[in-house]
Design a protein around this ligand. Structure first.
Ligand code: ZN
Length: 203
């Protein structure tokens, strides 16, 4: 399986990063070894001094598809969760300045903690859900999926022009504003609506 991630998909996050609002989705991949499940702890790696969180809605693809049109994209997923796109911001900044790829800053082991998946059918409107991240019981990030620049169906349509989507593939849909550093012994809890889906420690 593959993990497809979207960068800069919320205006307020693009603004805080001093990046222009994208006119097409910004796409990158993480390897499957990045996945962290079952609320296992994340271990701060020794190669970065600036590890940051990005809280994102994650969509699980449930069938094979290529060149999917936006109006049918809703048929290609039925479960979502929250995930953290853990980023080595210092490496990302260094590589971006040199015109180099993002993989080492975004795809390292454990850089994709995933919450418990829940059925889309239990939600009133997947394109209008509040979510938030609390670190040590303090809210650090809040978003609503209606603020995405490219919504879930548009993202599925866009990425499936380039990559055949397969059952089990994951789509990280981008983070709202409020990204920040992770420190040893932080406790992260991510809520979709009022439901905590992810709860883990930084070690
Ligand atoms: Zn991200």
């Amino acid at each position: 399986m593959k993990i497809i991630c979207i960068g800069l998909n919320y205006r307020n996050h693009a603004r805080e990063m001093n990046k222009p609002i994208p006119t097409e989705p910004v796409v990158f991949l993480k390897p499957d070894s990045a996945i962290l499940k079952k609320n296992k702890p994340f271990f701060l790696p020794d190669f970065s001094q600036m590890i940051q969180y990005e809280t994102e809605l994650v969509v699980k693809i449930n069938r094979l598809g290529k060149g999917i049109s936006p109006e049918y994209a809703g048929r290609y997923y039925d479960e979502i969760t929250l995930g953290i796109d853990i980023t080595a911001r210092d490496i990302q900044a260094r590589n971006a300045a040199a015109g180099l790829p993002w993989e080492l800053s975004k795809g390292f082991d454990g850089s994709a903690p995933l919450g418990e998946f829940i059925p889309v059918s239990t939600m009133k409107d997947v394109n209008n859900i509040d979510f938030r991240l609390e670190i040590n019981e303090k809210i650090v990030q809040q978003g609503n999926t209606s603020d995405m620049i490219f919504n879930i169906n548009e993202l599925i349509a866009y990425v499936s022009r380039y990559f055949t989507l397969k059952t089990g593939d994951l789509l990280f849909t981008g983070t709202p504003a409020g990204v920040g550093p992770l420190r040893k012994n932080d406790n992260l809890v991510a809520y979709l609506g009022d439901k905590p889906l992810l709860d883990f420690m930084i070690r």
